[in-house]
Write a protein that binds this ligand. Sequence first.
Ligand code: LMR
Length: 394
Amino acid sequence: MLEQLSVLSPDPILGLAAECRADPNPNKIDLTVGIYMDEAGVCPVFQAVRQAQEQLVADEITKAYLPAAGDAAYLSAMKSLVFGEVLAGDGANITAIQTPGGCGALRIASEVLAAAAPDATVWISNPTWPVHIPLMGSVGLKFKTYRYYDPVSHGVDFDGMASDLKGAKKGDVVLLHGCCHNPSGADLTLEQWGHIADMALTQGFTVLVDLAYQGMGTDLEADVAGLRLLANRLGELIVAASCSKNLGLYRERTGVALFFGRNAQVAEATHSHGLGAARRVYSMPPAHGALLAGRVLSDPTLRASWELELQEICARMIDLRTQLSAKLSEKTNQDFSFISKEKGMFSFLGLSVEQARGLRKERGLYMLDSSRINVAALNQQNMDIVIDAVASVL
Ligand code: LMR
């Protein structure tokens, strides 16, 4: 039977990272996958996570399954991290399912959405993270795109976005990136989030927020101001959150699907569908990352240490953006100031596919074909090399 299979094209992100790993060029530079790297080129373990891990290893007495919904302390901490003051009251309208990473959260959210509205069309930004369509499409959801990034202005084409989203109707889902838009780094203003809320109220569509970078754009609060505004005004919101980047738990696959519903009855029904979906797909979530995140978020000392380290990381990424945009503008006589205005890990350099591929082949500089780079993989050793390489093709 298996001989019927043909070889699939590699994943547009992970495939390139694998190609880079296999490249014998000693001067290669990997700006592909969104992983935060420190000045030494290492993806660090947060101090607070390290300490929580020592405690966990000392305290852990069992490896029995977690409940299917996940670890209660983790779920409660994630609800308040994401929704904050919107949680006022007993929070009985919010239900949460711990998932294997943000991808797992998107999958559980998709399963619940497909159960609630089997004919739903999901509206996704153009461009978006390339995995959104295959991941959410695997439960049978259909897609339409809305204009988002304007490569000429290097910013959000909000008029185009609002005009396209006029087609989103009751029973449709609009997928928004909570902050640090992947792949462009171009984010909505709070006023624009407000405009989307107006549209959702008038047209009746549901919003799903992919929240993979809370705390990596501006700070833990500002990065969720838009989604909290929606939760407040709409009374219904779905969030797929990840702890990969902001807690550095990439390989521990730690995420959560959060369903902000109108009341406790809705939450109960939603929860049962989330649990059913989890059981069908992977049964119980992995424990280690969530147990660490739960400790870090709920222990005041660990939490303070984590918040400080996260602020430092965020500040360093902003500094890398400032340096890159200034140096690249100077070197090329072109305006790259947009890089310093964007948020999070990613920016498009505005190169053609041929230029991006040429840099890979000739210089060992790996970026996505779309010229998306992971700004968080730059450092003082590789910054000028990257700038020289990019300038050479402009
Ligand atoms: C990325 O976009 O590089 C990250 O979100 C990692 C991934 O899984 O693609």
